[in-house]
Design a protein. Structure first.
Length: 186
């Protein structure tokens, strides 16, 4: 993804992550939100929120997700768990709540991105049985052990992986962090 002129990629990724986290914290009780990060700004923004901060082991996305799942499992084994990546700047509380409710009806569920190949939401009734297989084509890999839910929730299903998806989330409307950044120089 190329950010708009005058916008640094790292700043855009941070704004997108903060918008995603703000939405999650409006839907899920903070003590049930586990955030895996090494980013000092995200840690600063979440200080005092009640969210559980988990150190990113620095070995890639699947290792980071596994660290979060491990932290959930350690505190409450066999707990229903959802994995949501931090690249959903158009996400609203209503669409996240609807997506989580739909996923709760299946023992394990995967919600693919708007293109159908990536994964935006992965859930299991037992955290210990949740296996992350993120990366290109992850929806098909997750579908081997989870029910695929092709939900009509465009704000949930539009993650930002490329220029086209950035354009699409801008059309849908983004959260305040991303909007401020894009409006300031984009």
């Amino acid at each position: 993804m190329r950010p708009p002129a005058g916008v640094h990629r790292r700043d855009l990724a941070l704004a997108i992550a903060l918008d995603t986290l703000d939405t999650v914290l409006n839907v899920v009780p903070a003590r049930q939100v586990f955030v895996v990060t090494a980013d000092p700004e995200i840690r600063l923004q979440l200080r005092g929120s009640g969210a559980v901060l988990v150190d990113d082991p620095g070995r890639g996305l699947n290792a980071a997700v596994a660290a979060g799942i491990s932290a959930v499992s350690t505190g409450a084994p066999h707990t229903p768990t959802a994995v949501l990546l931090g690249d959903l700047p158009a996400l609203t509380a209503a669409e996240l709540a609807s997506g989580l409710a739909a996923c709760a009806a299946a023992e394990a569920a995967v919600v693919p991105d708007h293109e159908g190949s990536g994964t935006v939401l992965l859930t299991h009734h037992d955290a210990a049985r949740l296996v992350p297989r993120f990366g290109t084509g992850s929806a098909a890999r997750h579908a081997r052990s989870a029910t695929t839910l092709d939900l009509d929730l465009p704000r949930l299903r539009t993650d930002v992986d490329n220029d086209a998806s950035l354009s699409l989330v801008r059309q849908l409307g983004v959260g305040p962090w991303t909007r401020r950044l894009l409006d300031s120089d984009g």
